[in-house]
Design a binder for this molecule. Structure first.
Ligand SMILES: C[S@@+](CC[C@H](N)C(=O)[O-])C[C@H]1O[C@@H](n2cnc3c(N)ncnc32)[C@H](O)[C@@H]1O
Length: 295
């Protein structure tokens, strides 16, 4: 059964699927390839072609659809019919045969088990912090990971999200009653996060997701390390880095790579997360942790 927070989140994404895009933009597979964001390209290069992938909380599936272009088995699961409907149209339009879509509530263990198979890679980007049961959700999605398989989890950081929370407060209060100011500020805030607002669908989707969301929580690196430890997951790295004096770019380090980052000490985590207030403020304090399940 979907939780109370879950119902609100499901309703929200049924009305405002994320990431939003015009289906007409993707007439060919090449269009999807060209539209891929740098992070998606890095992931694509880091995951072998013969690996199976599941993207949990895939939304409208822009990432999983892209990853399926070079692979035989990529799944995208989500509990929002609105988002999945757009993803299904994209699948049909581009005839993406290796991309499987399924409606699944990640908090429902029976639905997770009903998938009936495990994957080499489990991705869960920007999802768990909307569930209300982040830790339980994390343990549930691990059921989908093969021993020796890789995981990437993207969450809002407790420190890094502070500037966005301030912007959100300003948008809801001071700027709300002045239409001209409100629209200018709104464009500025969105531009800050996604660069340009020419793609209206995308800009609207981001505004809703970041400023009008009914439910979100924030998390610390220490919390995720605890989940990893408790579930036999070896820590690989965080993006941005949580190792002191390490600013190796993701492109150089590769995604599942242990060589550039050390297991972050308490001191390193505190220093780095305080720095994230500035460093990740444009992304709304979003960070990703990568790891590998022990065999
Ligand atoms: C911010 S969107 C992220 C979409 C995509 N992962 C991305 O990074 O572009 C969050 C997605 O998580 C899904 N979601 C939230 N709670 C969920 C749950 N309990 N089970 C399955 N999907 C869920 C929402 O429907 C939504 O599509």
């Amino acid at each position: 059964m979907v939780t109370e927070a879950g119902k609100r989140v499901q309703e929200f994404y049924n009305k405002t699927p994320f990431p939003d895009y015009e289906l007409e933009r993707f007439k060919t597979k090449e269009d999807l390839r060209i539209a891929a964001y740098p992070f998606a390209e890095i992931l694509d290069r880091s995951i072998p072609e013969n690996a199976s992938i599941i993207d949990v909380g895939t939304g409208t599936g822009q990432l999983s659809a892209f990853l399926s272009l070079r692979r035989k088995c990529v799944w995208g699961i989500d509990f929002s019919d609105g988002s999945l409907s757009k993803a299904r149209k994209l699948k049909e339009q581009l005839k993406l045969k290796s991309w499987t879509l399924k409606k699944v509530d990640l908090l429902d263990t029976e639905q997770i088990e009903a998938i009936g198979r495990k994957f080499d890679y489990v991705l869960c980007m920007g999802v768990l912090h909307h569930t209300g049961y982040t830790h339980q959700g994390f343990e549930n999605i691990l059921r989908l990971l093969k021993p020796g398989g890789y995981i990437g989890v993207g969450l809002y950081n407790t420190y890094g999200r502070i500037p966005l929370q301030i912007r959100k407060f300003l948008a809801k209060t001071i700027f709300k009653n002045n239409n001209i100011l409100n629209n200018t500020i709104k464009d500025w805030f969105i531009r800050m996060q996604i660069g340009n607002i020419e793609d209206k669908e995308r800009a609207r989707g981001w505004w809703s997701d970041q400023y009008l969301h009914p439910y979100e929580t924030t998390h610390s690196v220490g919390e995720v390390l605890k989940w990893f430890k408790g579930n036999q997951i070896d820590f690989y790295q965080t993006v941005p880095s949580s190792t002191l004096f390490d600013d190796t770019s993701l492109e150089t380090a590769g995604v599942w790579n242990t060589t550039s980052q050390k297991y972050p000490s308490f001191l390193a985590r505190i220093c780095k997360q305080i720095a994230w207030i500035w460093q990740t403020h444009q992304e709304g304090g979003y960070w990703i942790t990568f790891g590998k399940k022990k065999i």
